[in-house]
Design a protein around this ligand. Structure first.
Ligand SMILES: [Zn+2]
Length: 351
């Protein structure tokens, strides 16, 4: 097989950042994806409809290369969110979901949630209105080893949330472990998970052996090879509980290649091509469309996209740009540890 036609995909987890970054990042996503769930962890987190609307307007200004592009906005879950503003925002399609960051778990998350019970009144409303809860599923506790933080979050926090709110629609985002895969497989259909391209491609040895690779450093951190294999298995599972969220999270080169570097991988530009290659390398190409274009839409009760992408396998490996340059910022483009031959040929509108 050297050609595939796929329903145009959606990115169910992306960081657009602010200022000049926003202007350049949005068209990269809207070129490849028709919808994207936009993360709210800006330097001033988005917690109300006024902020979400302003941010959405800016995003739509920069996505003119795709008239179908829909940014799906999120609030940064925090005990001070007004439930009346939330309900109004949800009913008017201003907000699509709420994002839960345990305080301090990742970039700009210092205002996250410290004690889950302090947001139970908001989860109650979300459950009643079927507003999705998106979770960065890691405990942030210095006493917990960084490789165990996802497992402990599931055991100590997620199970508590599910027990209290069995009807809440939940996405455990960017899962990284076999433990999380097994948990999702055993959970109700209300709880599903997203997986990033880089966690399907890399394990922690790729990042740490021989020489350290700061551009492979992300949170949740890469895990063992057995975990990567479980994620790949999950991504092609017929139960359709897993879908793509790129977690494309750019930082300037200077903040990555330093003595105290930031976590995040920028993969938007070549995400689909890399995924086609890794699915192909594992004889799972027939499962790719469900993972990138269908499973997420089903989870979020949205229609499938109406346009298609045609991908063609080239004879020679594709050379992707090394960096995306934005004024004086340089963002390293994610590079997998294998050659990529799948390229996007063209887009086709369906009538
Ligand atoms: Zn993220």
């Amino acid at each position: 097989m050297n050609k595939i036609e796929l329903i145009k995909p959606d990115d169910w987890h992306v960081h657009f950042r602010e200022g000049s970054m926003l202007e350049k990042l949005v068209p990269e996503t809207s070129k490849l994806y028709n919808r994207a769930i936009v993360m709210p962890n800006l330097s001033v987190p988005i917690i109300n409809s006024k902020q979400a609307l302003e941010y959405k307007k800016k995003i739509l200004n920069f996505s003119e290369n795709n008239n179908d592009f829909q940014p799906l906005m999120t609030f940064y879950l925090n005990k001070d969110i007004s439930t009346s503003d939330l309900i109004e925002a949800f009913e008017n399609n201003v907000v699509f979901a709420l994002k839960l960051y345990p305080a301090g778990a990742t970039t700009n998350s210092s205002k996250g949630v410290k004690d889950m019970t302090e947001i139970f009144h908001i989860l109650e409303v979300m459950s009643n209105y079927q507003i999705p809860l998106l979770i960065h599923g890691e405990v942030n506790n210095d006493k917990v080893d960084i490789f165990d933080r996802e497992k402990l979050f599931i055991e100590n926090e997620l199970i508590k949330i599910i027990e209290n709110f069995p009807n809440l629609k939940i996405t455990l985002e960017h899962i990284t472990t076999k433990f999380a895969v097994d948990f999702i497989n055993q959970s109700s259909k209300k709880i599903k998970a997203s997986i990033t391209p880089h966690h399907l491609v890399l394990n922690r040895t790729d990042m740490l052996a021989h020489k350290i690779k700061p551009h492979y450093y992300c949170l949740p951190i890469l895990k063992r090879e057995e975990d990567r294999k479980a994620l790949l298995e999950a991504a092609s599972n017929i139960n359709q509980k897993f879908f793509l969220g790129t977690d494309s999270a750019p930082h300037d080169l200077k903040s990555k290649e330093t003595s105290c570097g930031c976590a995040g991988v920028f993969n938007t530009i070549n995400s689909i091509q890399i995924l086609a290659q890794i699915f192909d390398n594992n004889d799972k190409l027939d499962c790719l469309e469900k993972f990138i274009s269908i499973n997420g839409a089903i989870h979020y009760n949205l229609a499938k996209n109406k346009s298609k992408l045609l991908l063609k396998k080239q004879k020679k490996p594709i050379i992707f740009p090394d960096t995306l340059n934005i004024n004086d910022l340089n963002i390293k483009v994610f590079r997998p540890n294998f050659d990529v031959f799948w390229q996007i040929e063209k887009e086709k509108k369906l009538s």
